[in-house]
Design a protein around this ligand. Sequence first.
Ligand code: SF4
Length: 336
Amino acid sequence: MKEARYYNTTGDNTVQCYLCPHNCIIKPENRGQCRVRKNINGILYSENYEQVCSIGFDPIEKKPFYHYFPGKIIFSVGSIGCNLHCKFCQNWGISQSNCEEFEQLHSASPDQVINLALSRHENIGIAFTYNEPAVWYEYMMDIARLSEQELGLRNVMVSNGYINQEALEELFPYIDAFSIDLKAFTDVFYHEVTGTRLQPVLDTLKRIRAAGKHLEITNLLITNRNDDPDRFKEMVGWIESELGRDTVLHISRYFPAYKLDEPKTPEETLYKFYEIASSKLNYVYLGNLRSNHGQDTYCPECKTKVIKRSGYNTEIVGLKKNGHCSLCDHKIIQYI
Ligand code: SF4
């Protein structure tokens, strides 16, 4: 446990956290909506500081990152808690728990995490993932500062993007790449299905792009909830105009989980939405599918296949060492 950042006291030992757009007002002995920030006698604490739930080396494609050190592994670490309450959460056992309820937490200092990350020489860095890393802010920052500045590891964040801008900006010197969920393109969906709002996530995406950080977006396509093709076209159009045609978009297949029992996304729907997105964006991929459809990377200029993927096997087949297309020299991957 460590005193939290980004809060004010408002009298009577009540505090207001402003780490994320919920801006929770928290009375003594209560927690914020993320379940891991608790007011104890007028001081807000990050209860999950140094509390690790999941840890391991993963293919970077699993985050998913397809244009950031393709084929490499990354040390991945996560805790419990989330500031969204997605009815379809695949990880609800860890995201919707607090530190008292959850029994499988292990204590690990920032140094211990970094030493584990360094234990495999081919590892490129540390991914904050599994639960929402924004609600692990203090711990993530302590690790990222050390690992980036002193050891040259890359730090990446897999996030819902629901974070206030001041806290986000403070991350930029230490977090190199962001994988952000854009769950839908309507405020109604965000409100009804996740308990939040759309606009702060769009603001986050624009700020990450403006900061020049590596960005990939994932959209989980949920049957009957966010599979209206017109809305999807609007979303893809927004990505193209605000973030650029080269923005990587992963369209992921939904399977029933937690409180949502809509049927799994039909494969044909994914193929159709892949075509819609590909008309506006250069790099569109499908996820959670058994087939290899929508897995490979093609040069947008000369259409040569440059990266071949099958499951988590990644083979670079048409890129120079600088990440440009080996046939026409078009710049495709910056980090390789
Ligand atoms: S981080 Fe947690 S406590 Fe802070 S505003 Fe967000 S949900 Fe509330």
